[in-house]
Design a protein around this ligand. Sequence first.
Ligand code: ATP
Ligand code: MG
Length: 414
Amino acid sequence: MTPLKPVRGTQDILPNESRRYRLVEEAAFCVADRYGFDEITTPIFEFTEVFSRTLGDTSDIVTKEMYTFQDKGLESITLRPEGTAGIARAFISNGLQQELPIKFFYKGPMFRYERPQKGRRRQFHQVGIEILGVATPQADIEAISLAKTFLEEIGLKDNVSLELNSLGDVASRSAYDQKLRNYLNNHKKGLSEHSLKRLKNNPLRILDSKDNGDKIIVANAPKLQDSFNKNSNNFFAELCEGLYKLGISYEHNHNLVRGLDYYSHTAFEFTTKDLGAQGTVLAGGRYDGLISQMGGPETPGVGWAAGVERLALLLNTDIVTKRPIVVIPIGRDAESEALILTERLRKNGYRVDLGYSGNLKKRIKRANERNTIAAIFMGESESVRNVVKLKDMDSGDQKEISLDSLEQQLQIYK
Ligand code: ATP
Ligand code: MG
């Protein structure tokens, strides 16, 4: 029989990798907690409409990347490709508008049908935050500052940089849309096939095309900011001033537009040069139109999401775990005593393995492989005298100690 394989683009996160994921997720949670955020968990699947109605019919996610299927009740269901739409849906479903402003943290798996490569999976993990109900740039500043603190906390300071842009409000965007269309229509010949398709539905996305021919054309395109009205200009100026006051440096990237259609004003990304093509580790922006577009009350929002896989790849230290203590019974009769002692030590906060397979030599070999810090040998004769042998695995020193004072002796290994 051919062995079963994992689905393309999915992976098993083995213990070493799990430790890195946990470190990233816990750091994100702890920092968000300090910023006054509360955790929310929404379902991994939603009605397809939750995403199709909000992410925009022309976004990459909706057009190419969604895992959509019909369930047995003939409902169209989609595995969530991102977190914001589900949280906006939850905000409406739970009638949370009374509680505004709201600051949410979330984490968990996301699903996108993409071509798997380094830092790009079909099931991947994000941590993210959303601030709902704040229309002023204070929220954007808080979101960006939280992102930066989080990245610093996991040791990413010098190898990530912040790129910032503003998409302006809806009025500024539609004024620009026409100018951009006119310009691009005059340069159609040089555009990639992909961009030609976008020209009709979502010309803004052409600004961040990776195609070299497109890039040359985009370089001379009219600037979005030149179409800004007063509101858009003020918003961006206030954001930049706030970041300056907090000492957060950024690069203004005029072509940063982000993949999803629901953004307005702020768009930002933290990128790194250390991951090759998949250089964006954290990305976000403001989505003032999203909740009303879903049928909820007009509610401004801003947030970001970070890719846990990509951040885990960047962590440059191996994460050390607590070295275990092993309890090794010698002889059959000692086994139940050993079992009881093991449980006792675990309840007292020690990380303990019970050496229960193979002969004594094998058990000691296994203890070494596990990087055990100390071994406790329980034999028949010792058991009768209420003592055990305690061996320090680094020094090799071994001594007999009374069972009653065991925890006291083990303090140094805690
Ligand atoms: P990209 O340009 O890499 O496709 P995106 O704009 O689609 O990114 P977002 O929707 O903003 O990404 O998601 C936020 C973050 O989630 C990304 O910056 C990245 O770190 C991570 N991410 C997105 N898609 C994947 C994926 N398929 N595999 C792993 N991480 C991902
Ligand atoms: Mg993408």
